[in-house]
Design a protein around this ligand. Structure first.
Ligand code: HDE
Length: 692
């Protein structure tokens, strides 16, 4: 309850209970005497309607839910700030781009797209990356994703896309996944989605954490400087932590082990003071470049490779505060693409134009009133003044007589007026043309960039794309849809098409007929790969140490020291959550009991098991799974000699490789931790996966 609602705290006669608790009251402020029993006629009699406390409590509960977002329902938000590091007055007059070192408050909400509010975090899905910047000139929302392209080119197709991706309407499943007929039917009938299909089948859609993924504004926007000169821009958020994803089998198991894995990760990191940070990058270009570029810069299914337009890093976004209340902030935050400030402008991207309508409309439906801008998380932090009034739940109610203009009430009483000098102005633009429902010819090449994305990946990543396609299409029940999809892959990469056809056990179909030929061979682009843009250290990552009574204390100390020196964290997993006693008699509490802390929750693992511990655990299924999964998920594993007995039962001792480090001497822990920035032993993959 906020202080201003808790009126007259000091003077209220019923302020505290005899035990010193705050007194519970009704919403009207009347003290409650009994919150355990409703008012009845006799001890076993019926309820009396006059029980206003019961009625108020239950009616409020009945109304707790608001509609979840029609897309991006599951999300997690945090507060932080944006700080400009490079003056951008050459391209934008926005205050936020002109004051190096000034911190602008920000709220960021990460999300999945297709799943409902309660769906698991590790669904294979695009992640939303929506940023609200509370600038001194009004709120600016960059409502982006972790993928720089989109499925469709025109907003009119959005309801179809989303209907096809979400659960099928007759059966109400599957939840939070595209692995079903309707999605692949729509995608295979919409060749414009092919570039996006490559991106979503890559490991980008199974990020290890929100902290380890990029964000993109997707559309081309404009920046406008003080002379009114526009410059085209694409926005990029580059994580300082480096990129990292999980492998599919790990994602599936993480969803079972901890469906809140991503939100917990962000919460824990911020609470621990390990604030995630992204650099804001701008790709800036002019009309000339736009004219010469092979693709239309208004087409949101295309990127501009960083090799063509390098990224100018201009600022940093830091998330340093968790929310006080999930509903008030994360659930009620309302992002709108049309929220821009002077110095920023839209382009005619047909997807962006449609979004500018949709977001305001959806917030009114979801939050129930046009006064959603009065909710603290949505209200600007700069002064605001207008004549919009009344409506449900109006919180900011202007005083005085003037609620219209022009009026004769003078500057004191007459309220606000437009400001031609400082107000937002759209960049003047010549417009002409017939009224048409058409798609520009320049949007017609659907395959060249899909191919470019594919060939920019490492071999491992290419294999994952192939495997993801085989997995998803194997869930499709209608053979013609599978075949149609493979016919598109033939226009992207012949070896990929072969891999997928083989994985599905079907004949290679003829290539689909492209809307525009020929398909161009574009050069590979390094920033498109996750593996090539990984972290430089183990910072922000977690080593899970499976430990038993009697485990060698020196190994534990050495690992802890080496991991913490890298900025990483350790977490103990033990047979009992009460903890263990190490060889030196030191008692260590555990964070997890083994079956509640499977190895999927960690970036790397260590097995500090004593002889006695090994005897107890070697037939324990969760312990075996812990080890076998860590190995199968290509994780680095440190182990001590006695752990070998359990590792053998887990079936990994015959395949040990350089990613498995035995701890014997003093230096072993350090050399193990030195390897951890590689995150995975990719070379192991063919040994643990027949499809790799
Ligand atoms: Fe959204 N999108 N979208 N979208 N979108 C929504 O607004 C929409 C698109 C994105 O954390 C909705 O508040 C249309 C692209 C994010 O609260 C809705 C089109 C991109 C979020 C909506 C698109 C996005 C949304 C549902 C096609 C990446 C979550 C709830 C033209 C650049 C924001 C809501 C949050 C949410 C409409 C396409 C990102 C219905 C019509 C492209 C991150 O308004």
């Amino acid at each position: 309850m906020t202080d201003d609602l808790n009126l007259d705290k000091g003077g209220a006669p019923h302020q505290t209970t005899e035990q010193g608790y705050e007194t519970m009251t009704t919403s009207q402020g009347v003290a409650v005497s009994d919150d355990q029993n409703h008012l009845k006629a006799g001890a076993r009699g019926p309820m009396l309607m006059e029980d206003f406390h019961f009625r108020e409590k239950i009616f409020h509960f009945d109304h707790e839910r608001i509609p979840e977002r029609v897309v991006h329902a599951r999300g997690f938000g945090a507060h932080g700030y944006f700080e400009l590091t490079d003056d951008c007055s050459d391209v934008s007059m926005a205050h936020i781009f002109n004051h190096v070192g000034e911190k602008t408050p920000a709220f960021v909400r990460f999300s999945t797209v297709a799943g409902n509010k309660g769906s698991p975090d590790l669904a294979r899905d695009v992640r939303g990356f929506a940023v609200k910047l509370y600038t001194q000139e009004g709120n600016w929302d960059i409502v982006g994703n972790n993928i720089p392209v989109f499925f469709i080119q025109d907003a009119i197709k959005f309801p179809d896309l989303i209907h096809s991706a979400k659960q099928e309407p007759d059966r109400g499943f599957p939840q939070a996944q595209t692995a079903h007929d309707n999605f692949w039917d729509f995608a295979s009938l919409s060749p414009e989605s092919m570039n996006m299909i490559m991106w979503i089948m890559s490991d980008r859609t199974i990020p290890r954490s929100f902290r380890f993924m990029e964000g993109f504004g997707v559309h081309t926007f404009k920046l406008v400087n003080a002379e009114g000169k526009p410059t085209f821009v694409k926005f990029h958020w580059k994580p300082k932590q480096g990129l990292q994803s999980v492998v599919w089998n790990e994602a599936v198991k993480t969803n079972g082990a901890d469906p809140d894995f991503h939100r917990r990760d962000l919460w824990d990191a911020i609470q621990a003071g390990d604030y995630p940070e992204w650099e804001l990058g701008l790709q800036l270009f002019d009309e000339d470049f736009a004219e010469k570029f092979d693709f239309d810069v208004l087409d949101a299914t295309k990127i501009i490779p960083e090799e063509l337009i390098p990224i100018r890093k201009v600022g940093r976004l830091v998330l340093d505060r968790v929310v006080d209340n999930f509903f008030a902030e994360t659930e009620q935050v309302a992002f709108c693409t049309q929220n821009i400030v002077p110095g920023v402008d839209f382009t005619d991207d047909p997807l962006l134009q449609g979004r500018n309508f949709s977001y305001l409309d959806t917030q009114i439906k979801r939050l129930g009133s046009p006064n959603f801008t009065h909710i603290p998380v949505n209200a600007p932090k700069c002064p605001f003044r207008h004549f919009q009034q009344d409506g449900h739940m109006a919180m900011h109610n202007p005083k005085g007589r003037a609620n219209y203009e022009p009026n004769s009430w003078g500057t004191e009483e007459g309220g606000p007026r437009e400001n031609p000098q400082k107000g937002f102005k759209s960049v003047p633009q010549e417009l002409e043309g017939p009224k048409l429902r058409v798609r520009s010819e320049r949007f017609a090449d659907h395959y060249s960039q899909a191919r470019q994305f594919y060939i920019s990946q490492t071999e491992v990543e290419q294999a994952h794309i192939g495997q993801a396609l085989v997995f998803e299409l194997s869930k499709v029940e209608t053979p013609v849809i599978r075949t149609r999809m493979v016919s598109h892959l033939r226009n992207i990469d012949e070896s990929l098409a072969n891999m997928v056809a083989d994985g599905l056990g079907i004949e290679l179909p003829d290539p689909a007929t492209p809307a525009k030929a020929p398909i161009t061979d574009l050069p590979p682009s390094e920033p498109l790969s996750i593996v090539k843009n990984g972290p430089k250290s183990f910072k922000g990552r977690k080593l899970g140490i499976l430990v038993t009574d009697g485990a060698e204390a020196s190994h534990f100390e050495a690992l802890k020291k080496a991991v913490e020196a890298e900025g990483g964290m350790i977490e103990l997993i033990a047979p009992k959550v009460g903890g263990v006693t190490l060889s030196n008699g030191k008692a260590m509490p555990a964070k997890q009991k083994i079956d509640g802390g499977p190895s999927v929750l960690y970036d790397a693992v260590a097995l500090l098991i004593s002889e006695e511990g090994a005897q107890k655990l070697k037939n324990d299924a969760p312990t075996r799974d812990f080890i076998a999964d860590a190995f199968a998920h290509l994780k680095f594993i440190a182990y001590c000699e006695p752990a070998m007995a359990v590792m053998e039962k887990a079936g990994i001792t015959e395949s040990l490789d350089d990613g498995c480090v035995k701890l014997s001497g003093d230096k072993d822990a350090k050399s193990f931790v030195d390897k951890l920035s590689q995150l995975r032993m990719w070379a192991r993959e063919p040994k643990v996966d027949v499809d790799a």
